[in-house]
Structure formats: C-alpha cells, structure tokens
Design a protein around this ligand. Structure first.
Ligand code: NI
Length: 184
C-alpha cells in the first residue's frame, strides 16, 4: 500500500465528473482502494474520493461512526478509524425528505479550512462494494453528510460550492469561536 499525494483545491482533477467503474473486480481498483484507505487514515480524514488522489473514477471510502451526530466536524481531527469502513463504487444518492441540517465540514483537498454546509439530513445511498455486492443503506446525521460530501467529489464539487454563507468559511484554528466547549 502507498500513501498517495492528495490533490488540492484548484487542481483540475477535482472539477471533473469522474468516470463510472466498469469492473469492480479489477486488481487495479483493489490497489487504488487500499491506497485510498491508507491515505485517508494517514491524513486523519473521515472519507476520501478517488479524484482526491488524482484518479477520476467513481469510488469513495469513508468511516462514519454510527453514534456520531451532526453538526459534524468539531475542534478535533481525531476521527474514529475503528468505525466501520465502507468502500462504495458507482454510488447513487436519493434524498428521502426535504429536511436539511447544517454542519461544519472540512476536506483533505481544502486543508486548514472549515465551512458550514447545509445538506439533506436523511438519504438513501446505493452502490457496489469491493466484493461486487450491492450496498444499500439509509443514512442520517454525520453518516449522511460524509456520504454526500464524498460523492460530491465524483461530480467535481467541493464543499465551498455547497455553502450559502461564505462568512462561515473559516480557518480551523478559529472554530473555537463557533463551537461550544461541550460539543464535538
Ligand atoms: Ni472532501
């Protein structure tokens, strides 16, 4: 496994619509996913999409602890890497209802910043696992946010493009001014 270089905001690969994966069983894909997981863990991310490691393909990995609720990322970058890891190939998201929730997001491709992003709070997602079997799950809270954030990468969208109030695009060192000490 190899830790890969992470593309940063402004690199054209992050703006592309990524290509669907025709054969989830190909060995190159397995290697890519192993590298993505190692890169995500090394960088203390909750998720990573293939375009972030310069591969314009529709695959994401993420770890979303079931217990973790929005409003998402707080002061600490200490993600729980013992949480269930999901590899999702050719994902598709369906919004279950119109309720939206705000949360702080960060992105390994936008280092040092946080942004307040409102997203649908209740989704269903489908895709294919690395074993070729279909995945279908209902997600809420942090889980729903991570999946939407990662899948946005596959359509060339970074979280600042989802923000409707850019006064809430801040340096992570300043988040202490926005979050109560007992949160997160
Ligand atoms: Ni991201």
């Amino acid at each position: 496994m190899t830790i890969r270089k992470i593309a940063r905001m402004g690199h054209p690969v992050l703006s592309l619509r990524a290509a669907p994966i025709a054969d989830p069983a190909q060995p190159e894909l397995r290697r890519l996913v192993e590298d993505m997981i190692e890169t995500m863990v090394d960088a203390s991310g909750a998720g990573l999409a293939a375009p972030q490691v310069h591969e314009s393909l529709r695959v994401v990995v993420f770890q979303a602890p079931a217990s973790r609720s929005d409003p998402g990322l707080a002061q600490s970058e200490a993600f729980d890497h013992t949480a269930p890891l999901t590899v999702l190939i050719n994902p598709f998201i369906e919004v279950m209802d119109q309720s939206r929730e705000g949360g702080w997001e960060g992105c390994l491709s936008v280092p040092g910043l946080r942004g307040w992003v409102e997203r649908p709070a209740h989704i269903r997602y489908r895709g294919i696992g690395l074993d070729g079997k279909p995945i279908e799950r209902i997600a809420r809270g942090f889980h729903a946010r991570v999946v939407q954030h990662e899948c946005d990468h596959l359509d060339g969208i970074l979280y600042p493009q989802r923000m409707n109030d850019l006064t809430k695009l801040i340096f992570e060192s300043e988040i202490k001014h926005w979050i109560q000490p007992d949160e997160g």
